[in-house]
Design a protein around this ligand. Sequence first.
Ligand SMILES: [Zn+2]
Length: 276
Amino acid sequence: MFTFVLARFFAALLMVSACQLKKDATAGTGGSATDSTQAMRDSAAYFAAKKAKRPKIVHDSTEKVIYLTMDDGPLRGSTYLNKIILDKKIKTSVFIVSGHIRGFGKYFEDFRANDFVEICNHSHTHANNKYLQFYANPQGAADDINQCDKLINTNNKAVRLPGRNIWALPARVHGITQSGGKTAEILREQGYKIFGWDAEWAHGAKSQAPVKSPEQFVGLINGIFKNKSMWTKNHLVILGHDEMLTTEKGRREFPVIIDMLLAKGYVFEHITNYPD
Ligand SMILES: [Zn+2]
């Protein structure tokens, strides 16, 4: 019996690896949610396999690639986000605030068990939303990111700084002269990659609901691809927030936006495959 389970595991593992190498990201990264795969999701072996380093996926220059990144979870909205990702089967990178795991541990585990989700680092405290104060101590802010890194225990060093649209990759940086830039430099020295965003699925400050209609937001995305006004040509990073999905409007419009972007032929990819 054990041998059988093991064989099924390695067969599925091979399938995951093969899919990872496919350029069509929307083809998915895992098998169907049969009983056996569900069992694997609950096993240490599954998490070890998910954590294993994989070759970086390189898209050819004709493809238009979207990196869907969702920030601040695990929070109340994360359970809706997780379900929509599973339903739509699109690669998504979630930037986790590790200080939220204590209160929303179940949702964090759901993310970990979701084949389409990649877990990344969005700090431990989110600067307690006092960004100038937080970045006034660049090393202290970097330590906060390192604390999150230990708690989320991933195989990647992908970071989004709280409250800052700053990029710092091995060979190039962007937006680094603002407050937070020094923290980004420290983290880059430590081997992290810092990701900003090109377009925000914006929400009302109080309502948390999306401010643009799906048509308006997808129009914005199409315009950025057309004008090549993203940081890296043909590679567009979208920022959204889990908490938008606590609103009925957010839950209704998010899947519509995904369908519209897929219909345009855009490919969804994990942020760790963003070009250096
Ligand atoms: Zn945030």
